[in-house]
Design a protein around this ligand. Structure first.
Ligand code: ZN
Length: 308
């Protein structure tokens, strides 16, 4: 039993409009679901991904309007690493980000930049043959588009504490001293530790959790395996678009294991993903109130008035 890399990564924003602009217009991802945080339905939960809303390319944000910026520290994911196809793509992104007045710099073979709230990203040329997970964007040639997650980097004060758990509970393969890989039949992703700079603070621009991808059939077995390895896994929670369990790995990073399906087309057609507020049936009674209180967001794929 192996996990198929990262399913999704969830982070916090204090500014849904700026967040939507950055991830759809600048980075070229597709808004594939506009829904609410199922643990606090007064907050948005926005999902950006490839064209099909695939696990492996799905970055999500909870919006707490005006939330102060956080800072990544011990026990937190601090950087999201994406794949691109070629070094030409890195050149393309260097100039595209600079044109957007976003500071981008080459570092250790990758291109580093932060989102408007300080969340760290890195683009790296893919070294694996996993299917590229790409979204369509009029200003980004398809060969330069982001292709899904390569991995995440996390801060830990003593990564050795996690070594056995990562092997026994989630089947990560150790690769060097502080780098691990979760690789299954269809995809893989890396999980790398860096020395913690000190304690962090949750808030806008920080990652809340990273979810790893399980098949539908193996999900219950993963929960049993995590518990056998000493993890405190939650019961299976039905998130409507997928099923989930949550637990902290020994270095303090919050993990989720989520099922690859049923996916984002359970309540709206593929062609119209993300265009309207989607509410799982249990939250439907809250719709009138939520439509009044949630930050109004434009449809990033609406035809521009000048194009008509
Ligand atoms: Zn999640």
């Amino acid at each position: 039993m192996t996990l198929n890399g990262i399913h999704h990564i969830s982070a916090v924003t204090g500014d849904a409009r700026g967040n939507l602009d950055f991830y759809t217009r600048v980075l070229g991802l597709r808004l594939v679901k506009k829904t609410v945080n199922q643990d606090d339905p007064t907050a948005y939960h926005l999902f950006y991904a490839d064209e099909h809303g695939s696990p492996g390319a799905d970055l999500t944000f909870f919006e707490y309007p005006g939330a102060p910026r956080g800072r990544a520290g011990d026990g937190m994911v601090h950087r999201i690493v994406w794949r691109v196809g070629t070094s030409d793509a890195l050149e393309f992104w260097t100039s595209r980000l600079r044109n957007e007045r976003i500071e981008a710099r080459w570092e250790d073979g990758g291109l580093r930049f932060d989102d408007p709230e300080g969340l760290a990203h890195e683009l790296r040329v893919s070294t694996v043959d996993d299917a590229p997970l790409v979204a369509v964007h009029s200003a980004i040639p398809i060969e330069f588009a982001l292709q899904g997650f390569d991995g995440v980097r996390a801060y830990a004060s003593d990564p050795d504490r996690s070594r056995r758990f990562l092997d026994e509970a989630v089947g990560f393969r150790a690769d060097g001293t502080a780098r691990f890989e979760a690789r299954g039949a269809t995809r893989g992703a890396t999980y790398t530790y860096d020395r913690a700079p000190g304690m962090g603070r949750a808030g806008a621009g920080t990652v809340h959790h990273v979810a790893w991808s399980s098949t539908m059939d193996e999900h219950d077995a993963w929960r049993e395996r995590v518990i056998r390895a000493g993890g405190h896994a939650t019961p299976v929670i039905d998130r409507f678009y997928f099923r989930s369990i949550y637990f902290r790995e020994p270095s303090g990073i919050l993990f989720e294991i989520a099922t690859a399906g049923p996916g984002f087309t359970v309540d709206e057609p593929l062609a119209h993903l993300g265009e309207s507020l989607s509410l799982p049936p249990t939250f439907e009674p809250l719709r009138p109130e939520l439509e009044r209180t949630l930050t109004p967001l434009p449809n990033p794929r609406a035809p521009s008035p000048s194009a008509r």
